[in-house]
Structure formats: C-alpha cells, structure tokens
Design a protein around this ligand. Sequence first.
Ligand code: DX5
Ligand code: ZN
Length: 224
Amino acid sequence: MPAPHLQISPSILASDFANLERELDRIADADWAHVDVMDNHFVPNLTLGLPVVEALVKVSPVPIDTHLMIADPDRWAPGYAEAGASSVTFHIEAASNPVAIARAIRAEGARAAFALKPDTPFEPYEELLAEVDMVLVMTVEPGFGGQSFMADQMPKVRAVRDAVRRRGGEVWVQVDGGVAADTIGECAEAGADVFVAGSAVYGAEDISGRIAELRDLAARHACG
Ligand code: DX5
Ligand code: ZN
C-alpha cells in the first residue's frame, strides 16, 4: 500500500505566468502548489510577491506552499501566512531569528518550514525541529528551475529524517530541485516525503499522469 503521507507539490515556476489560474487548475490532482518567491537579493532572480500570492490563494484548487527565497524573512515571511498561504518556507541562511519567524507563521495558522541551500549543513539547526512542520532540503542551488538534481544532498535528507525519527515528531522533509521520474526514488529512499517538481510536471503532456507517476515512484521507494 502506498505510504499515505507522500505528497507532490508542483512548482508553478515552470508554468505559464500569463495564465496562472489555468495553470493551477492543471495540477488539481496534486497535494500542493509550490510558489517560488524570489527577490533578486537572496537569489539572482525575480519572480512574484505578496499581492500575487494573495490572488493565487483565492483561485487555487490546492493549498499554496510558498518557498521564500528572499532576504529578511524576519520582516516578510509572516505576511505570506497572513495572505493565506498554507505553508511558508523561509531560508535559514537569510533568517535572523528563525524561532520568532516560525512562531509568527504558525500564529497565522500556516505550516512553518525552513530551507537549507546545498552548502548549508542541517546539524546546527536540529533544535529548530521543535518549532517547524517541515524542512526543505534544496537539491539545486536556489534561483532557477530546470537545473540538474544534486544527489550529494541525499545524506542531508537522511540526517533530517533520522533526527525527526529520533525526536518522534511529525516534521515533513521536502526536496526541491531537479526532482523527476529518474530522481524521485532516491529522494524517497533517503526519507523525503514532500516532493517539489517544476519542469517534470509542467513539461509533461499529461500532467495528471505525471503527478500519479511521481507519486507511485515515490511510494515504491519510500522508506516507510
Ligand atoms: C528553484 C526553485 C524550485 C524550482 C524547481 O530555486 O526553488 O522550486 O521551481 O524546478 P525544477 O523542478 O524544474 O528543478
Ligand atoms: Zn522552490
């Protein structure tokens, strides 16, 4: 039986930005819609911000999973929860007071998460597991879709999963970047349970079929 907790979060970064409502409708079979917020400071790319997220929340058939690749999440992250995002992920590298950010996000009723860039180790942040609902392990350098999957991040996924198990919490482990039919299995094996996929989903002829395929591949490799 497929593990019920495995979730697919297609990234609309790979979709048609001129038709976002329609693009969200195309992923109605997914668990989440992953929305990449980039500010051209924390990463060298610019996408969309708070007003657009607020508009997407109103029309999306699935909950919105925001990934904030922005400077100063202390100031901005709680606003995304207030705008109706169901999950708000901020980068630990950009945060001054991660505990306060996570608490502010949760106080707005959203799930809180922190993200780790490929060069950022998990161990210094293990204690933060008590304050969050998810950890995002980046499997590419944040900033752009369509990059190659970094298999060398799998030990970090394992380390987060082990820490979650040890502590007995309910924290989800998300992977983002280059996740596709040929890479999702090793992510699931390492202990990931939420899978972001941009080009792999929106590049498919049959989007529902691709989401089902990714879900199935993840379930087959899941560590249980
Ligand atoms: C990259 C973004 C990802 C991106 C993934 O900085 O965080 O969410 O959309 O795109 P793919 O799946 O194409 O690598
Ligand atoms: Zn992302």
